[in-house]
Design a protein around this ligand. Structure first.
Ligand code: BYC
Length: 345
């Protein structure tokens, strides 16, 4: 009975709080309860809704890290645009890298709806304060790496991001719907490239195997630390920012990807990998977490190179930002003084 009364009160407050507000000062406890009840009822949280500070901070952290990952993620692949072996492959790669830029921009916009300042977020990336996905600190050494990135890195990204299309914050969830459609195309183009290499000459197959050997373990690390070591998972799950745990997603990825490697005739570089009939999943070997944390802390093979490249791009783009600001100011002035603008013209 009491629970029903509380539910009715929460329903009234949630849907008619604009009527109640002038007459009733809501305590933060009330606000938190309304917020959580919305989450529990699968109602999306929108930018103007009340939300706990910690929810806002968690989202800004995750969405901006995600945006940075998309932008830094353009670098290892961009490196191969001039060396793609055919016009067809060059066009595909160009389109893919351009998509990643678009993803970064949607995600920065989603972070801005939470009150974050885009320029500050970019500064956090350039000064090494903000994290981005560990995977992009590995080098692309041969052309098959482009296939392996599409197949494994985009494959891991989709596994994680499909659950984010149902995340509790509206703008993030909606951005993820489009991103996932594009990532799915990226994954397929990567696998198609791996097929061309694996079913090609012995040299091409060896390149494909080499790429798989180098990208397999870093791809598994993309899902983050084990659940027992994950600092944000519990709270993020209560807020339905995360719908599946790091380990669950990693297992999903392994289960889907191992048969794909078998079809290619390639060997996954894990001697402990085997199907476990009882669990209905693949068992796999231990991840080298020392390597993971080393990369996350900035000491991976390409961390410095990646930040240098982004800093140079930021500096080279200064004139574009200045020109855009000057144009925006001019437009604003014309709106305020239309007559003066006509005379000046
Ligand atoms: N790399 O408590 P946890 C793409 C950090 S780009 C670096 O489990 P959370 C693509 C984590 O930030 C795809 N750091 O964290 C682009 C935290 O540190 P802080 C990128 C990592 O947030 C171009 C600490 O470890 N995808 O698709 O609950 C070309 C503890 O972790 C990593 C996304 O960003 C890592 N791998 O869960 C091709 C998806 N893992 O912040 C493809 C959105 C963990 O306390 N993000 N850390 O200093 C997420 O879903 C979640 O943030 C994660 C981690 C599952 C990644």
């Amino acid at each position: 009975m009491f629970a029903t009364l509380i539910k009715i009160r929460l329903h009234l407050q949630r849907n008619f709080c604009f009527l109640l507000q002038p007459y009733q000062i809501m305590t933060s406890v009330n606000l938190e309860a309304i917020f959580q009840s919305k989450i529990d009822d699968e109602v999306k949280i929108e930018p103007k809704d009340w939300m706990p500070d910690a929810y806002r901070k968690t989202l800004i952290r995750q969405i901006s890290q995600h945006a940075h990952s998309e932008i830094v993620g353009m670098l290892p692949e961009g490196n191969w645009i001039t060396r793609a072996p055919s016009l067809r492959r060059k066009l595909i790669l160009l389109a893919k890298v351009q998509d990643e830029a678009g993803h970064g921009l949607y995600l920065y916009s989603a972070a801005e709806t939470l009150g974050a300042d885009r320029d500050e977020l970019v500064q956090q990336l350039l000064t090494g304060k903000a994290k981005y996905s560990s995977i992009f600190n590995y080098p692309t050494l041969n052309w098959a790496d482009i296939g392996a990135i599409g197949w494994l890195v985009d494959g891991a990204a989709i596994t994680n991001q499909v659950m984010l299309t149902r995340t509790s914050y509206g703008p993030y969830a909606r951005a993820m719907v489009r991103i996932c459609k594009e990532e799915s195309f990226h994954q397929r183009q990567g696998y198609e490239l791996m097929m061309a290499m694996s079913f090609g000459s012995p040299e091409q197959k060896a390149m494909a195997q080499d790429a798989l050997n180098r990208w397999w373990w870093p791809a598994l690390m993309m899902f983050g630390p084990h659940d027992s070591e994950s600092t944000h998972s519990d709270q993020a799950s209560k807020w339905k920012i995360k719908r599946k745990s790091n380990d669950e997603l990693r297992q999903n990825f392994v289960d889907v990807t191992v048969p794909q490697a078998e079809y290619l005739g390639l060997t996954v570089p894990d001697p402990d990998l085997r199907w476990n009939e009882e669990r209905g999943h693949y068992d796999f070997g231990k991840i080298n977490w020392d390597e993971f944390w080393n990369v996350v802390k900035g000491n991976g093979p390409c961390n410095r190179q990646r930040i240098q490249a982004r800093t140079k791009a930021y500096e080279d783009g200064a004139w574009v930002r200045e020109a855009a600001m000057a144009h925006a100011e001019k437009k604003e002035q014309r709106k305020l003084q239309p007559e003066a603008a006509v005379k000046a013209a």
